[in-house]
Design a binder for this molecule. Sequence first.
Ligand code: DGL
Length: 257
Amino acid sequence: MNNYPAGIFDSGVGGLSVWQEIDQLLPCESIVYYADNANCPYGEKTQAEVTALSENAVRFLLSKKCKLIVIACNTATSMAIDTLRANFDLPIIGIVPAIKPAATNSKTGVIAILATTGTLQSRKFNETREKYAGQTEVILVEANDLVGIVEQGLQNTPQAEAALRRHLDPLMKRNIDHIVLGCTHFPFLIDDIRKITGNSVILENPAAAIAKRTEYILQKEKICASPNNKKQVEFYASGNIDLLQKFQLRIAKKLIN
Ligand code: DGL
């Protein structure tokens, strides 16, 4: 048993889409969430920059005595997870776009991936694509601007709709049946996305699978919290914490209601 917290980080509020799944699945685990929003977005930064920022994030979480790290950011995972695992001696879980379920379950043989430039250009993403989607037509959509829409709390606004239409209208003319949400910010736009796609496509969000993976690793490493642990959840940001708190409260309210 180990009652120290699990650490989660992202460039901003996006990783809360992963946090909410972990929080629900693992009610005894304390959590420290770190949003590196002073440096957001990561999506158009170089691999060296994203790696250095991710190392800082892990050091911060280690200073809070975290026993495990979840990189709740596709960009940081794609660019930095190998270096982080080589440099830090604790379990590190990452998130990559859910290309495998989308390609495996596609009936039309055409899928789209919405992600940042950094993710889509990374070696890790392209290896995964090669491995699981060799026979599938994959349309890559660089959607860096959507990160800013979510960071500014602009969901359900005309700005969100206009930005999404630029990306999705061309896709809807193709025979796609899956859209992979390859950035943890994008699940917060699901309502806006559905207004454009209707229910005609499946939206792949790997957050629940990451929560399951976290549970598995905690058990495998024998570092689960005890069942009577008094769970604590803390949120930190390298920049302004207001939006993080607003998001977190909104999610918490939805979970309770
Ligand atoms: N949530 C991050 C991801 O999953 C956002 C990337 C960014 O900061 O540009 O990729």
